[in-house]
Design a protein around this ligand. Structure first.
Ligand code: AMP
Length: 401
């Protein structure tokens, strides 16, 4: 069965075509700058080199048409006909409280995702555009929605509610939703498999450290706490997002500098985090280069980043009453051994003992980086949200195709 996985962003479409259940990638690509000048398609097929097509793409519908044409192109395609695609899986950022698992797309789901655009104004509209384009171009093919928020719907009310007037939850559904759920679910599952232990018996903390960062406590295979909240702004320090902040800081700055709500949003979402403190950039590699060159602000931004992460690990171990596995994933988690080492230092009270030599040798591949004597195991697990989406899509649609 061939499953097309679509991750449709505001000006891009990322895609992968899988052969399932073999989990083999037949083709993948990225269409960028949709609706902007200089649109470009980067496409590659297994065992063949990458191609780049520069073309004017005005919207997601046209973008998806080009993706489908490329996938079935006689020279660089991976299929002969578009109708070889048996199912499509979509990454959808916000499923609200309604979706606790991946679901077949139907009219009800589309209207719910549209309703949740209010909660995820940057993400849900382009996700929806991806679904609509597929409905038009692949009308008879079943589609599945895989939500970033779904994995966290097992979190208890005392952990997902904010201590603000309850009416705001009742009226406006203001609560913690959590994001990156597909990634946390995938790496927790993979970590349990790597250690040959049943997921249902484990207490796992998963650290997704990319440009966006979040951390999740996974107890018995269920998310019990996560650091992103009502929006992805809460929690860890990120590339350009502040993470946790006393809300009074925003009131103070807005009053003092006469800032509008949207200006304050811009500061906390796009001008803060590693970028805001270091004034160098949001890319961890650039921060490290500056630190090595003696830049004190690069050093400070790293220390804030590590401190916040450590604080959360301790808190989540407390929430679960213990820790069996600590997992690092995404760009920083998979590649930055110095961050992994710093964060694991001084955590022997949790049974964390890292093998410095093993850790330093791991970049981008799965590995156990704790010492043999470490009570809690520390793992690097490359995330693969696309594969998780393909698996869910396969499981939900296999009886229908
Ligand atoms: P992601 O959003 O998962 O693609 O992760 C992006 C982040 O990973 C950026 O901050 C990158 O600087 C960081 N990253 C990627 N490779 C490395 C590396 N070798 N060392 C440190 N950070 C890295």
């Amino acid at each position: 069965m061939k499953v097309l996985v679509i991750n449709s962003g505001s000006s891009s479409i990322k895609y992968q075509l899988f052969l399932m259940p073999q989990e083999k990638i037949l083709a993948r690509g990225l269409l960028e700058k949709i609706g902007l000048s200089g649109s470009m398609l980067h496409h590659s097929r297994e065992e063949s080199s990458k191609i780049e097509i520069s073309t004017e793409i005005k919207d997601h519908h046209q973008g998806l048409r080009i993706v489908l044409e490329t996938l079935s192109h006689p020279q660089y395609g991976a299929i002969e006909q578009i109708d070889e695609i048996n199912a499509v899986g979509h990454r959808i950022v916000h499923g609200g409280e309604k979706y606790t698992a991946s679901c077949l797309v139907n009219d009800n789901l589309v209207s719910a995702v549209r309703k949740f655009c209010e909660l995820a104004p940057l993400h849900n509209p382009p996700n929806l555009a991806g679904i609509e384009a597929c409905e038009e171009l692949l009308s008879s093919v079943p589609q599945v929605a895989v939500f970033d928020t779904a994995f966290h719907q097992t979190i208890a009310d005392h952990a997902y509610l904010y201590a603000i007037p309850y009416a705001y939850y009742e009226k406006y559904r203001v609560r913690r939703y959590g994001f990156h759920g597909t990634s946390h679910r995938y790496v927790a599952l993979r970590a349990a498999r790597m250690l040959g232990k049943p997921l249902t018996e484990l207490k796992i903390i998963t650290c997704h450290l990319g440009n966006g960062c979040s951390i999740t406590a996974v107890k018995g295979g269920r998310s019990v706490e996560t650091s992103m909240g009502f929006t992805p702004l809460e929690g860890l320090v990120m590339g350009t997002r502040s993470g946790d902040l006393d809300p009074a800081v925003a009131f103070y700055l807005m009053e003092k500098l006469n800032l509008s709500v949207s200006e304050m949003k811009q500061i906390l979402n796009r001008e803060s985090g590693l970028l805001g403190v270091s004034e160098i950039g949001n890319d961890m590699r650039d921060i490290w280069k500056a630190k090595e060159a003696g830049n004190p602000r690069a050093d400070l931004s790293l220390r804030i980043f590590w401190h916040r992460l450590k604080k959360y690990i301790g808190a989540y171990a407390a929430v679960m009453n213990g820790l069996d596995i600590l997992v690092f994933t995404a760009g920083i988690g998979e590649n930055d051994y110095r961050t992994r080492q710093k964060v694991c230092e001084g955590m022997d009270y949790l049974g964390i003992e890292i093998d410095k030599k093993k850790n330093a040798a791991v970049q981008g591949e799965k590995a156990i980086i704790s010492a043999a004597s470490s009570r809690a195991k520390v793992l690097v697990v490359p995330t693969n949200e696309e594969l998780m989406i393909a698996r869910d899509t396969y499981e939900i649609t296999k009886r229908k195709t």
